[in-house]
Ligand binder design. Structure first.
Ligand SMILES: Cc1cc2nc3c(=O)[nH]c(=O)nc-3n(C[C@H](O)[C@H](O)[C@H](O)COP(=O)(O)OP(=O)(O)OC[C@H]3O[C@@H](n4cnc5c(N)ncnc54)[C@H](O)[C@@H]3O)c2cc1C
Ligand code: SF4
Ligand code: SF4
Length: 1017
């Protein structure tokens, strides 16, 4: 049953809080899921600006008898962060460091601070908080504390419980309390302290249940299930009240200040990659390898290695550290200083020998170690491991790897037998899983593939869980060694801990929260873990009728697969990172769940399945959800499951355009290629808007074009197509034609591998001089506003000896070609298709002969590889997708083949380069850097930037200009401002150059211009 909105509570919260108070259906929907397979619609959501506001929200909820769910990054995997409660999201504002004591190596923080952000701030002091969870880029200290999280190096640093010194928290009745160490006889808790009776009862329970605790609490290091009653047993090393809150999943108190123990930064490490010829032997060896006191032992199995091997960028890494064909590799990491590291690796090698492994043997005893000292290679190996996992997670089918027995922990001595037996259980139930992660602490991750929309798979899930937990209990392990209880594990507490201890857990809950106001139904009194009414895919989950505008056929579900593509979001929250890469620029500015890829995907999923009311897809709320998505495609590349929100936004725009038509601004943007030839005839008239402030204001008022922005300037001397060429070129049956046919014949290959293959064959077979022709595609923006870029590209290509054909329309019209991007930006997919088809027809005679089609504008040329094949299903579209190349991408290829060797001369000492989001999304930004490095004496530096913020029409909108400028200010504009006047600023995107001009007052150059300058110099 969905929770009912309480208008009184909403009103009071809005009156008293300055942070967001959201009770609308979209906002609630966005907070209805975490990274588990559950969904519970919350009552409302608040993002308090201060701890005091959070306390006020708790008080108002209490007055209304409403329960509260504290929330951080929402990345929990066991369903602890879903409930029909008022959600208090700490991650937006409660992110301060209260105090930092470097000498004492401790700090105190607000609960919403993200681990990576904290560690970035600690780094200059040589310190870090060492509970290095994989979700460090978005997991908050509050969430980590409440989950008693643990990182890959827990062998050395332990769990959160070992690293949290004290917690200030607000209890269910509003009492504020400091949970810290208690002295003998409670002497540090004065008689009036509210904690005194609480501490007394915890110690009493600990004493009373000492035997039960001894008998039933697993002795493994990774035990995060239940309440930590062992911390209050008489034999506990110290009694710290904070330990009862560690792992309590928001059910006992709301943390407001968490005091952390810090550690010295890791030094230079050494990794021994221990190879094994059998998975069982690898698991069996773990118990011995840990005796050498490594800081981590992480597993990569054969499936992971194979998956990584399918990705071109990982092949060099595999080559560098994988020897032969191992069934499993254990990555044993040491951090003891250079000399000692070397000694430990030698010991490790000796130990492997003593255990009977040798690269000279075969079968199960084949094995040995590969030493890795190079920090870059170590990082690349870590990268490879996560990416292999990501590929597994990105299965497009309805069945997905499900997390429910994923973090059981068993004593190392039983690890081999446990993994073997659990694999048999999977097999018995018709599924399988890939093993990875923390061999050092007996907590291996594994997710069997199941389709939770089907009753039979839900039954299999229960059967697997029961069999797995029975095994774990027999081994005296822990059913949760990392991810906590939530809904997944709580039901099984009686089985794992026994009736008496579960009754004691309930006693603890009642002592803290007698009215069940804090995250009820977790840890105690939980629902059945297979209660399908609480699933994301509940029994009545279904999408309505849906006509998608683009092709989504690789995915299952309604709208030709659109539904399946949307459902790829598993809520892992990687899109909430705030540095590195591109994803997600809008979230980086607003920190709103609405403005992150995950929030958008959730809104779409709920809308498609009718959970947000009728017509939700075309509603204003959906438009707002998509409004700040700049279609940068950052998520297409960086989301672990490949959620491509830029493409999904086109669907929303198309549905909305079909229902409501277009605004004046959308018409001006969309139809630009159609009216551009006229604007070029009367540039003064079209440019008048920028000249006269009054016109600017009118354009803001009537067309929604911000008066604060200049528009691109129209000109008469636009780039013209009239050159030699044509389609009457001899239809020579060259090597490219054959290569094209060969590639086309390779059914099932993806677009990128096919292009790689095309390049490789071209390299092998093309004879010098024979095939040196290219097609240059002049895009609308460069043609009308910056023809200098096209002129420069022409000059460079011709100087390097290429015959350049300019792509011209073949439909008899005089209007130049356009990729259709502007139409896509406003949801006019049919018009975009028409434009794309004109280009496809125009270049067909060339691409059929294998002639590359080169462009300068990333969003245009890369659209031919991405959106165009999704809207035009023809052989020509496929061919163009294979042959469309960015200018620099083509030149890098040619340079590698020794065919691009122009006489370049020095032009400047330094170039500061900003990559267009689409260049980054397609992994080709490196080409810009590589080609610039051909210019003698030029030091090429890259701005670590996300999206520039201009993003086509986004930067011009009255309602989006502020976010647009804020995106630019994240890193790009400050970096450009810092650059001296002699530094070349390089940016291939028209919009990026515009933003740099408006925001930093510098004229950025397309890479083609730099090369042309270098040629002329
Ligand atoms: C891909 C992936 C990898 C993961 N890897 C790891 C890993 O390596 N190690 C690991 O331990 N976990 C891992 N997890 C699980 C999860 O990321 C961690 O448990 C993380 O610490 C949760 O942080 P969060 O901010 O997202 O918490 P949330 O999910 O938002 O909240 C977690 C719990 O904390 C409670 N809570 C939040 N704030 C407060 C507060 N102020 N007061 C009281 N209670 C509060 C919530 O109510 C909830 O019960 C992984 C998850 C995913 C999806
Ligand atoms: S959009 Fe991708 S990165 Fe973001 S939560 Fe969903 S799956 Fe994770
Ligand atoms: S396309 Fe860019 S802005 Fe839009 S959701 Fe993806 S990462 Fe965010």
């Amino acid at each position: 049953m969905a929770a009912q909105i309480l208008p009184g509570l909403e009103r009071k919260l809005k009156a008293e809080l300055t942070g967001d108070v959201m009770f609308d259906r979209f906002s609630r929907g966005r907070y209805a899921t975490d990274a588990s397979h559950y969904q519970m619609m919350p009552l409302g959501v608040v993002t308090p600006r201060t701890v005091a506001e959070a306390e006020r929200a708790l008080a108002l909820a209490r007055e209304e008898g409403v329960s509260v769910l504290p929330r951080g990054g929402g990345t929990s995997q066991a369903g602890q962060t879903v409930n029909e409660s008022l959600v208090i999201d700490c991650s937006k504002h409660l992110t301060q460091i209260y105090e930092l004591d470097i000498g004492e190596r401790r700090c105190a923080v607000e609960p919403g601070i993200v681990l990576d952000d904290l560690n970035r701030k600690l780094k200059p002091y040589g310190l870090w908080f060492p509970v290095d969870v994989s979700t460090a880029s978005r997991a908050t200290i509050g969430g980590m504390t409440a989950n008693n999280s643990c990182g890959g190096r827990s062998l050395r640093y332990g769990t959160m419980r070992d690293n949290v010194l004290s917690i200030d928290a607000v209890m269910a009745d509003g009492t504020r309390a400091h949970f810290g160490p208690v002295a003998a006889g409670l002497s540090n808790l004065p008689p009036g302290s509210p904690l005194r009776p609480l501490a007394r009862s915890l110690l009493d329970i600990g004493l009373r249940e000492a035997d039960e605790i001894e008998a039933h609490f697993p002795k493994v290091q990774r035990r995060v299930g239940g309440y930590n009653l062992d911390a209050f047993a008489p034999n506990a090393p110290q009694h710290n009240l904070a330990h009862i809150l560690l792992g309590s999943e928001g059910t006992l108190a709301f943390s407001t200040r968490i005091e952390l123990k810090l550690s010295a930064l890791l030094g230079k490490r050494a990794v021994g990659a221990c190879h094994f010829g059998s998975f069982y032997e690898a698991m069996n060896a773990a118990q011995h390898l840990v005796k050498l006191k490594p800081i981590a032992v992480e597993l990569v199995d054969r499936t992971m290695l194979q998956l990584a091997g399918e990705i071109a960028m990982f092949r060099p890494t595999l080559k560098a550290f994988v020897h032969g064909e191992p069934e499993a590799i254990l990555l044993v990491e040491f951090d003891e200083g250079e000399v000692e590291n070397k000694r430990r690796l030698k010991e490790l090698a000796a130990m492997m020998g003593d255990l009977g492994f040798s690269f000279h043997k075969s079968g199960a005893k084949w094995g040995g170690i590969v030493e890795v000292y190079d920090a870059n290679l170590q990082a690349a190996i870590a990268d490879l491991r996560t990416s292999g996992l990501n590929i597994m997670m990105s299965m497009k089918e309805e069945g997905k790897p499900i997390s429910f027995v994923e973090d059981c922990a068993v004593p190392l001595i039983n690890l081999a037998e446990y993994t073997a037996r659990l694999s048999e259980v999977f097999e018995k139930h018709g599924t399988r899983g890939t093993w990875y992660a923390h061999a050092s602490v007996g907590c291996l991750h594994v997710r069997p593939v199941l389709n939770l929309r089907q009753e039979k798979d839900v039954k299999a899930m229960r059967a697997i869980a029961e069999e797995a937990f029975a095994m774990v209990r027999a081994y005296k392990g822990s059913h949760s060694g990392e991810h906590g209880d939530g809904i997944v594990r709580s039901e099984f507490h009686e089985f794992m801990f026994g009736k008496r201890l579960v009754a004691a857990f309930e006693e603890v809950k009642d002592r803290f929260d007698p009215k069940g106001l804090l995250n009820p139904g977790k840890i105690v009194r939980a629902p059945k873990f297979d209660d399908r009414s609480k699933f994301r895919y509940a029994p009545d989950y279904a999408a309505g009728e849906l006509q998608a505008a683009l092709d989504w056929s690789p995915y299952p579900g309604a709208g030709g697969g659109f539904q399946g593509a949307v459902e790829m979001c598993n809520n892992n929250g990687a899109c909430r990172k705030t540095t590195g890469g591109v994803m997600c620029p809008s979230y980086r500015v607003t920190q709103n769940e609405r403005d992150v890829t995950r929030g958008r995907a959730n809104a779409l999923r709920l809308a498609l399945t009718g959970q947000l009311g009728p017509d939700a897809l075309t509603s204003d709320e959906m438009a707002e959800t998509m409004q700040l998505c700049v279609s940068c495609k950052g998520c297409r590349r960086e989301c672990p499951t490949g959620v491509d929100m830029a493409r999904m936004k086109i669907e929303v725009l198309a549905a909305r355009a079909a229902k409501h038509g277009l605004s004046l601004r959308d018409k001006l943007i969309g139809w630009m290629p159609r009216y551009a030839p006229y604007a070029a005839m009367l540039p003064w008239a079209f440019n008048a808007r920028d000249k006269y402030p009054r016109l600017r204001q009118l354009s803001e008022r009537f067309a929604g074009l911000s008066a604060r922005r200049t528009l691109p300037q129209w000109r008469k001397d636009v780039f013209r197509d009239e050159r030699d060429d044509s389609h009457s070129l001899p239809q020579q049956k060259g090597v490219h034609a054959r290569l094209g046919r060969e590639i086309r014949g390779r059914g099932g290959e993806g677009e990128e591998p096919a292009r790689d293959a095309l390049h490789a064959l071209a390299a092998r077979e093309t004879t010098h001089g024979a095939e040196r022709e290219v097609v240059l595609l002049a895009d609308t923006f460069n043609r009308y506003f910056e023809r200098e870029n096209l002129d420069a590209a022409l000059a460079v290509l011709e100087a390097a000896g290429y015959t350049v054909h300019i792509a011209k329309p073949t439909d008899g019209s005089k209007r130049p070609l356009c990729c259709g991007r502007t139409f896509l930006a406003v949801g006019k997919v049919d018009e975009a298709r028409r434009e794309a088809e004109r280009v496809i027809a125009a270049v067909a005679p060339f691409v059929n002969r294998g002639v590359p089609v080169i462009g300068l504008e990333p969003s245009c040329i890369l659209g031919f590889r991405d959106e165009v094949p999704a809207m035009v299903k023809s052989e020509g579209a496929g061919q163009l997708a294979l042959h469309a190349l960015m200018f620099e991408e083509f030149l890098v290829r040619e340079a590698a083949l020794g065919r691009f060797k122009p006489p370049l001369k020095p032009v400047a000492a330094r170039a500061l380069v900003h990559g267009h989001c689409h260049q980054k999304a397609f992994g080709m930004f490196g080409a810009v850097e590589r080609i610039l490095r051909l210019v003698p004496g030029l030091k090429v530096e890259t701005v670590e930037s996300s999206c520039c913020g201009m993003a086509g029409a986004f930067g011009y909108g009255t309602e989006t200009i502020d976010v647009s400028l804020a995106m630019g200010e994240l890193s790009l504009l400050p970096a450009v401002r810092k650059a001296d006047a002699d530094t070349l600023i390089v940016a291939d995107g028209t919009s990026c150059r515009h933003q740099i001009h408006d925001g930093a007052g510098r004229d950025a150059l397309h890479v083609a211009r730099v090369l042309a300058m270098s040629l002329r110099a």
